[in-house]
Write a protein that binds this ligand. Structure first.
Ligand SMILES: Cc1cc2nc3c(=O)[nH]c(=O)nc-3n(C[C@H](O)[C@H](O)[C@H](O)COP(=O)(O)OP(=O)(O)OC[C@H]3O[C@@H](n4cnc5c(N)ncnc54)[C@H](O)[C@@H]3O)c2cc1C
Length: 596
């Protein structure tokens, strides 16, 4: 009885609201809501009115009150979802729509929740919500909306996230301003700090690591030089270098930058080629190392050799030939020849033996010791230590031949595509992609880095066509289920599918595809464990510890044997740095030997 009386009063108040001024209407609706024993239309009308008056937080409070008073009413939760959306709080809105869905499987709640999931780029969840909407009676319209939403979702989400880190930090900062004034400010400071620390690391990278067991006068001098470079950094930056290197890159970028998209793009450089995620300790050292000795700063530097990396190798070979060197290809070394614990040459798979004053290995350190050196000569300790050099290969490479240039959402114009196209939209995205690899799996949302070299060098493909080379992480050398032989094409499909989310229609442009897995990298390029950098660049395999403590000075294992590739300090990348450092040591040793 009392309940129906209260309902009658509420209905009367709601009618009075309809014929009142906006301020009066707010008062009448408030009264109607207060007396009503159930969720009444006045709640929605009141929220609408307050929204029209730009009183968004008050509208949200009304919706909150409705949901608190009538927690079993799906309409009240729908209204609360709307209220949260009015104040741009999508997470809270999502929770309210989800609650409405729990109470009653309503198509409007599923569509609203689906739309938010979609905005967050969580397409699978969006699909699930829309499917629920269909089941709840949304019918074909829900399915049509679902298909349309999912089709555009990649495009829109990508366009929202797309950003360019230009070589010029001012230009980057200017573009970041629209996204986040804080990041625009922070980026330039961050870039300056990276350049300062990288300039110090460049000294470290050009130096031969000290002999930790019995340091010589030369080691002391190089220590002084490194110390001077350290001091030149200034006290603050010097402290910063020691603090930053062991840090996880996720923490390091978070100190200066807010936007997850910016953090992800920068952090991706710290985990590239590694079996580490952005939350792994020491990834800041990898990041700073990647910046050492180049002018890339926070954005990093991209250099593309005209004619491809093969052309670079060809010109190095012809430069060597012009100085009298003979370069043989297809000549597999099967053993380092030794006499009295000293390297004197190599034996080839063909049976031929080549003798030399020194043997310099560009093969990775694990392979050099464990497969090329006689175990009796190497000795059990070195064999064991070399066998434990960490080489967790996790990179695959997908090469695509394309009939045209793909269009990337939010990256109009060829200039933005001419560097590296990085699919790493946030720290969590990267960490989740890494996580899967820890358990021998490949994430459905992998970290990708693509280049389209034909934009700089059109001679690499027929006119109008392009090639796209995509690095995909993390694809573990040992897959938990199945074999790489069977998994290879699945990774190719995954990469094209992922790229399609950012460049819709890319799949239709693919005319040919090649997929190289870590197992292929090991088989084809002799990389132990398929590791692209010959050894993981963790802090335990850095500087005097690369590849092994006591063997970091390019003299490797026995007299006359040297290491000159990525497994030696300062590590991988097409830098020539380990080779240059090794050459200095070898020349000095040969000079000393001649003088004896
Ligand atoms: C997919 C992928 C993408 C990469 N992208 C980049 C990039 O964009 N930029 C960059 O700077 N770096 C990149 N790198 C890393 C870069 O390629 C390496 O760091 C660099 O090639 C290392 O040069 P290196 O001379 O030390 O060793 P390698 O290039 O690995 O050369 C070692 C050579 O030794 C040979 N070898 C091994 N065993 C024997 C044997 N028993 N007998 C005879 N020969 C042998 C191998 O066949 C190989 O040719 C990439 C690596 C990979 C795998």
């Amino acid at each position: 009885m009392l309940k129906s009386l209260r309902l009658m009063i509420a209905s009367f108040a709601s009618r009075r609201a309809a014929s009142s001024s906006p301020r009066g209407a707010v008062r009448w609706h408030r009264f109607a809501c207060a007396v009503a024993p159930t969720f009444v239309p006045s709640y929605r009308a009141l929220v609408e009115l307050l929204r029209e008056q730009e009183n968004r937080w008050a509208a949200r409070a009304v919706a909150q009150e409705a949901a608190e008073r009538f927690p079993d009413n799906a309409d009240a939760w729908m209204l609360l979802g709307l209220g949260w959306q009015l104040v741009y709080r999508q997470q809270e809105a999502l929770a309210a729509f989800e609650q409405a869905l729990v109470l009653a499987e309503r198509p409007d709640a599923a569509l609203a929740a689906g739309a938010i999931y979609q905005r967050f780029g969580q397409h699978a969840d969006a699909a699930a919500r829309f499917a629920l909407a269909y089941a709840a009676g949304g019918g074909p319209e829900a399915l049509r909306l679902n298909a349309e939403a999912l089709f555009h979702a990649g495009d829109e989400a990508a366009a929202e996230q797309a950003l360019t880190l230009w070589a010029d930090p001012e230009r980057t900062a200017a573009e970041l301003r629209a996204r986040s004034p804080h990041d625009a400010e922070g980026y330039e400071r961050f870039d300056a700090r990276v350049r300062a620390l990288a300039s110090f690391l460049a000294y470290l990278y050009a130096a031969t690591p000290p002999d930790v067991k019995s340091p010589s006068f030369g080691d002391a001098m190089s220590g002084v030089r490194i110390g001077n470079a350290f001091r030149r950094l200034g006290r603050k930056a010097a402290r910063e270098a020691t603090r930053a290197m062991p840090m996880a890159i996720a923490d390091y970028v978070a100190e200066s930058l807010d936007s997850d998209a910016v953090r992800g793009a920068i952090a991706s450089r710290a985990v590239q080629y590694t079996a580490m995620g952005p939350w792994s300790a020491g990834t800041t050292a990898v990041f700073l190392g990647d910046s050492a000795g180049n002018d890339g700063g926070a954005a990093g530097q991209s250099t593309i050799a005209r004619g491809g990396p093969g052309a670079l190798a060809d010109s190095l070979a012809s430069a060597a030939a012009s100085l009298g060197a003979e370069v043989r290809t297809g000549a597999e070394v099967v053993q380092v020849l030794t006499t009295e614990h000293r390297a004197i040459g190599v034996a080839l798979a063909s049976g031929e033996e080549l003798h030399a004053r020194v043997v310099v290995s560009a093969a990775d350190p694990k392979r050099t010791i464990t497969t090329l050196l006689d175990p009796v000569v190497a000795g059990p300790e070195l064999m064991w230590r070399a066998g434990n050099i960490r080489t967790p290969g996790i990179v695959s490479k997908v090469n695509l031949a394309l009939s045209g240039l793909p269009a990337f959402a939010g990256a109009e114009g060829q200039e933005r595509l001419a560097g590296r196209i990085v699919i790493a939209p946030g720290i969590d995205y990267l960490e989740k992609a890494f996580d899967a690899s820890k358990y021998g799996r490949v994430s459905d949302e992998p970290y990708l880095e693509a280049t389209i070299p034909t934009l700089m060098d059109p001679t690499l493909a027929p006119e109008g066509a392009h090639v796209m080379s995509i690095l995909v992480q993390w694809t573990p050398y040992r897959v938990r289920e199945g074999e790489w032989e069977a998994e290879r094409e699945r990774v190719g499909d995954l990469v094209v599918r992922t790229m399609e989310q950012y460049a819709p229609g890319l799949g239709e442009l693919v005319t040919a595809r090649q997929v190289l897995t870590p197992v292929d990298l090991e088989r084809e390029y002799g990389l132990s464990g398929g590791h692209p950098l010959h050894a993981e660049p963790g802090l335990d395999q850095f500087f005097a510890w690369r590849p092994l403590l006591g063997h970091a000075r390019y003299r490797f294992g026995i007299d006359g044997l040297y290491l000159c590739g990525s497994g030696a300090h300062p590590g991988g990348g097409i830098t020539g740095a380990p080779g240059a450092n090794a050459a200095r040591v070898i020349l000095s040793d040969l000079t000393k030997r001649r003088q004896r």
